[in-house]
Design a protein around this ligand. Sequence first.
Ligand code: T6T
Length: 315
Amino acid sequence: SAGFVLTGCSGGGGGGGESSGGGSSEGYKLAFVQGVAGDEFYISMQCGIEAAAEEAGATVTTQGPEKFDPTLQKPLVDSVVASNPDALLVAPTDVKAMEGPLKAAADAGIKVVLVDTTLEDPSMAVSQIASDNKGGGAAAFEAIKEEHPEGGKVLVVSVDPGISTTDARAEGFQEAAEAESNFEFLGVQYSHNEPATAAEIVTAALQKDPDIVGIFAANLFAAEGTATGVQQAGKQGSVTIVGFDAGPAQVKQLEAGTVQALVAQEPATIGEMGVEQALLALDGKETEEKIQTGFTIITQDNVAGDAKDAIYKSS
Ligand code: T6T
């Protein structure tokens, strides 16, 4: 294996061949590099990208590293750059480590659009499109506060330091928690995008502080492991879990009452807007430097109704 996976928006993935968004072979050639392959957030984004590309008569190939890890994403970006697409939509896995490879892409004449995550210095990109991650973190705290107005100890389970999105979510949560004197912020712990590690973090934290009232899990895999950890500790129901992202498994946990709220992003919209900005740049038109997309809070009250469309696709 070359250390990466070619994925498809509707089924398949992982096998041979390129997934193509169709459209005219004379149209622009777009490439999408995900933060990690097999993640429903990026799969939903891919669907948005492929739909927008097809409509514009452009083609798109999508690849993602096997782990959310810049040491795996860098060679993947390098090989995509060597294949010389017209534009590259990419979710960099580290604010610093991915700057060099993406600068090289821009220097090679490829239009770079940052989707989801960004960089410390994003000046090589024609546009950056991301959720209101800080606001989403603050909203996650509000959801815990609603269930525990009396206050108490709260913890964040994140991915790795240096990821723009999850760092902003943790920061938004921390600021909101520290503004309330009856809450005690226990800090951020990092699960490296491994659910099993998130579960270990949570069981250990609950052993040390059995009176934790709420845990904010900053992405899909952190949420998966956090739910497991709370269940293993026998604290289901007494510890409120709010997770970022809304994959099918997270929605099941919400319906089962293991997780109390989900902050659903708009990955397909981020992808569509990414294509739009790439095409503007390729046509020599003005692009938008920064675009912020919204989020939906999903709870048991709206999961079958209004919020249904916010659930991510799994293929
Ligand atoms: O939360 C999303 C994405 O926004 C983040 O940058 C990394 O994790 C996810 O892909 C979910 O697993």
